[in-house]
Design a protein. Structure first.
Length: 178
């Protein structure tokens, strides 16, 4: 939508109405999966064929130690158990650091959008959009939410789905739903 068209039409939502709709509808975002607990992540480190072999070796070594009378310390079993715990601990730590780094990258790449509120264009995070917002989209912008094109000049849209090849095509702005 162009700035002149936005002035000629409506002042957009008021901030109070936008806040009410945000409470009613929630953020403009796909719900995120619940984070995996540290203990589930730790236990998940034991789901590997190599780990199964080490657990089997630990069980066999403890079985041999018990059948031989358990008269000495099972140092081999201690070493195997320490390797298993250390491996799971390091894997959990690396996975936690990777997820934290990914979360920071996602926060840096969070899309922002120009929205008409109280008659003025303001820049917000795309997750703060609510139904009824008037959004300003310029060349190269990603469409931040489902909506209806109210006004446009020389509109070209790349309508693609995830990994399929796409090409921009002209669209009639009077019927374009994005």
């Amino acid at each position: 939508m162009t700035a002149s068209a936005s002035k000629a039409r409506a002042p957009g939502l008021t901030q109070d109405e936008a806040d009410r709709r945000f409470v009613e509808y929630g953020p403009n975002a796909i719900p995120e999966a619940r984070p995996v607990s540290i203990w589930r992540r730790f236990i998940g480190q034991f789901k590997s064929p190599l780990i199964y072999i080490l657990v089997l070796a630990l069980a066999l070594d403890l079985g041999i130690w018990l059948s031989s009378g358990a008269d000495h310390m099972p140092w081999e079993s201690f070493a195997i158990a320490a390797i298993l715990v250390l491996n799971a601990g390091l894997g959990t730590w690396q996975e936690s650091k990777s997820e934290a780094a990914l979360a920071r990258l996602e926060a840096l790449a969070a899309p922002s959008v120009w929205v008409l509120r109280d008659g003025a264009l303001v820049q917000l995070g795309a997750n703060r959009l609510v139904p009824g917002d008037m959004v300003r989209i310029e060349a190269g912008d990603r469409v931040p939410a489902d909506g209806r094109l109210v006004d446009g000049q020389g509109v070209m849209a790349c309508q693609r789905r995830s990994n399929f090849p796409s090409a921009s095509r002209s669209n009639n702005p009077s019927v374009l739903n994005v």
